[in-house]
Design a protein around this ligand. Sequence first.
Ligand SMILES: *Cc1c(COP(=O)(O)O)cnc(C)c1O
Ligand SMILES: [Zn+2]
Length: 416
Amino acid sequence: MTTTSARTETGSTLTHLECTYCGQQYSAAELHNLCTICGKVLYARYDLAAARQKLRPAMLKDREATLWRYREVLPVLYQENIACLGEGWTPLLDMPRLAQAAGMQGSGNLLVKDEGQNPTGSFKARGMAVAVSKAKELGAKAFGVPSAGNAGSALAAYAARAGLPATIIMPEDAPLINKLDTAVTGAQVYLVKGLINDAGRIIKANAARKGWFDLSTLKEPYRAEGKKTLGYELAEQLNWNLPDAIIYPTGGGTGLVGMWKAFAEMEEMGWIGSKRPKMIVVQAAECAPIVRAFEQGEEFAPLWENAQTSASGLRVPIAVGDYLIIRAVRESGGTCLAVTDGQMEEATKEIARSEGLYAAPEGAATYVALKHLLASGFLQPNEQVALFNTGTGLKYPEVLANAFEFPVIPADTNEL
Ligand SMILES: *Cc1c(COP(=O)(O)O)cnc(C)c1O
Ligand SMILES: [Zn+2]
């Protein structure tokens, strides 16, 4: 006996895929990775005139507190395919004490988008929720991904939620918690004696034979769609205004290029004007390929040798979307800078002491960058800046493991 179940349309206005480099178009009705002509990144395109009719900003106040509130401009066509764990719609926190410590003026000028509150503790949840859901809709039966840590955690969770198997390859020195929260879902986890690009090569070499859909950063079009919701949320939470600057801890750059795409879409729908924030990339001092390429005036960023940083999300020595990141930074009048692991560690403590937020080292890096850019005069004290805390510090116990001394007291004492 066969049963047919009614499907509920999401109202998605997805039309096709388009290469961001050569412009070649592809059908959105089948799975694609990179452009088969030029090897560059594909973007999802929508009928934004239709989206504008279907979804007016005023309607959003009655929508669910997840990123699926923007479903008309997300790629999933049927509600039943959505694997949701409550991702997105994270708070945009005002940080007055931290702003003062950094030498900023005015109230409400330092904001932190706290992505640590996502499922699996990082904003990787956004990209994987959308990519897994869409790939399932298009018939994917299994997934593979290389991961510095958090992408593996997120894929593992959403694959389990979608009822599909996942294989994850991460560097041997990935954080313990990422190994555990990945393996606990039943995902197949391999540790490679190398970096994320080695893991990526091995995934790619096995994907076709093993039947995995490769979900590597920007090597399929839909993780960026999930991450672009950072831009939609930022605008909605600021009542359809954008800050003067965005400081973003950049590995593969999905979130940064995703937000840049979101701003263009929102402008086309008439939700925001043409003003854009300065897009600012922060990387780790010992893995800064985008910073180097930006400073040298290049369009692409070659592999960074011997990449090292305890901010695992920034340990990305080569990025397939390098030209998209650099383009967004240049068009926005932004900049790129690198900070050390020691500075991230100090900033983690400073943010937590002054505002109670235990940030991931990647998030802390944005605050280090803010202070540098205020000191150099690139940012003015009265400008409004949004920092992206891309994960929770709770996922990085190794980083501060030896940072504190805990006085031990006998049980029978009342004196301190
Ligand atoms: C992956 C990751 C990043 C880098 O994100 P991209 O969008 O790939 O640049 C930053 N921070 C954390 C915590 C991450 O997991
Ligand atoms: Zn192309």
